[in-house]
Write a protein that binds this ligand. Structure first.
Ligand SMILES: Cc1cc2nc3c(=O)[nH]c(=O)nc-3n(C[C@H](O)[C@H](O)[C@H](O)COP(=O)(O)OP(=O)(O)OC[C@H]3O[C@@H](n4cnc5c(N)ncnc54)[C@H](O)[C@@H]3O)c2cc1C
Length: 403
């Protein structure tokens, strides 16, 4: 049962949004020996029904083109595989593993094949096990694919695949609560700034309380821009709809299906027991209303399933078991994380814009944000390239492996 009202009127840190990013940050704050401040996590919907975290594919990959993104996923793999150790060898914490069926990127033209080749160099230098495969090699290892149009594939079978994101999420919340973090069911509806305008002074809750705060973290997912507006700030994050389908195959594949990224952008992965999870979106990809989770049923019949059945002919006979629409918090500036302080409102900290890869980034993002909140700098991994300041400066991070 989550309380609705805060116990105090002043907190050192107020985190707006208590899903995976807010929970990670709160937990890493409790890990820092130099921090003994008060933390309030405000979550408008403790059922988490519509947040991105609940709609995820729950997969991680090491195949990014930017080295920092690779390093972030390497920490995610280490954290997941050693969750219990990170949680102080608490024997209530489950031992987790990664189901490493790999991500199979398929290129149907030389330009994208060259991107895969360049990315592999960065990944290998960072210590990943990425392999490039010709169409013949793909066909030999995974005979179910139609590779007629494929120029090159790229796959990594180490620390790349499904992991139990909800277990990590649950333990971050449970452990940080046990250590004194307050989670409340409420909504931040307004903020005030100091007379000079350089700091957020207070946040106002829907229930009417006004809370003074030392620092504020915007961990509000697809609602990031709405939250930032309350402090008079703009951030280029929009809710974009992404559809998922779980289906069973009449003739299941005889080996694990990698998370396959078809050149069309449609992706599909192993889901166990002869079932598969597929994701995609419409060609027209507008910003949507925060509460719009309507399913586009025609999309499956007219676009997604034909692509699947062409790539994997065994998927001509399948039955959809469940389907849902979720929101990416799309960073429309450069599709990468937005972190760190605002350039003028110095105690407003961003943790936004994770598009389709926030779950796997949550350990490194929470750790980095906690470091910044306590020490004013990143320590374990330099996350400063992701700082908000790059946006007004017009400096984009180029990440070519965006799904
Ligand atoms: C279909 C789909 C598949 C995905 N697959 C993957 C994947 O395989 N791997 C991967 O790494 N990532 C994946 N992602 C992305 C990943 O799920 C997200 O990046 C991540 O969950 C973002 O977490 P978050 O905490 O930032 O946002 P959210 O989970 O959206 O949480 C934000 C929270 O803030 C709360 N909130 C908002 N405004 C307020 C307010 N004013 N007051 C109080 N509370 C507020 C909301 O209620 C919500 O709970 C996927 C996403 C989708 C949609």
């Amino acid at each position: 049962m989550t309380a609705k009202h805060p116990q105090q009127t002043t907190y050192d840190i107020v985190i707006i949004g208590g899903a995976i990013m807010g929970a990670s940050t709160a937990w890493f704050l409790t890990e820092d020996k130099d921090f003994d401040g008060r933390v309030l996590v405000v979550e408008r919907d403790p059922t988490y029904e519509t947040c991105s975290t609940m709609h995820t594919n729950s997969c991680m990959r090491q195949q990014f083109s930017a080295e920092l993104n690779v390093r972030i996923s390497q920490f995610a793999a280490d954290f997941v595989k050693n969750l219990r150790r990170y949680m102080g060898d608490d024997d209530r914490v489950p031992e987790l593993s990664i189901r490493s069926f790999g991500y199979m990127y398929l290129a149907d033209n030389d330009d994208f094949a060259n991107v895969l080749r360049e990315s592999q160099k960065t990944q290998l230098a960072a210590g990943t096990a990425t392999q490039l495969m010709t169409a013949e090699q793909i066909k030999a290892a995974y005979p179910f694919y139609n590779v007629d149009d494929i120029v090159l594939g790229s796959i990594n079978l180490v620390d790349e695949g499904y992991w139990d994101g909800s277990a990590v999420f649950d333990w971050w919340r449970r452990s940080s609560r046990e250590r004194g973090v307050e989670y409340i069911e409420n909504e931040v509806v307004a903020m005030t700034r100091t007379p000079a305008g350089t700091r957020v002074e207070s946040v106002t809750l829907k229930s009417g309380e006004v809370i003074s705060c030392g620092q504020v973290v915007n961990a509000s997912g697809p609602r990031a821009a709405r939250t930032a507006r309350m402090a008079g700030i703009d951030v280029p994050v929009e809710p974009r709809k992404r559809f998922s389908w779980i289906f069973s195959a009449e003739n299941p594949l005889d080996r694990d299906l990698p998370l396959t990224i078809d050149p069309s952008g449609v992706h599909v992965r192993e889901n166990g027991g002869g079932t598969y999870q597929c994701g995609g979106h419409a060609d027209v990809d507008p910003v949507v209303d925060y509460d719009d989770f309507n399913m586009d049923h025609a999309l499956w019949e007219n676009q997604i399933w034909p692509i699947l059945a062409t790539r994997i002919p065994q998927f001509e006979a399948i039955k959809v078991q469940s389907e849902w629409a979720g929101h990416y918090a799309m960073n429309v500036f450069d599709h990468n994380a937005i972190m760190g302080p605002h350039t003028e409102v110095e105690n407003f900290i961003f943790l936004n814009g994770f598009s389709g890869h926030g779950l796997q980034q949550s350990p490194a993002m929470g750790r980095g944000t906690a470091e910044y909140l306590v020490h004013g700098e990143y320590r374990a991994l330099d996350m400063s390239p992701f700082n908000f300041e790059r946006i007004p400066a017009g400096r984009k991070i180029i990440e070519k492996a965006i799904i």
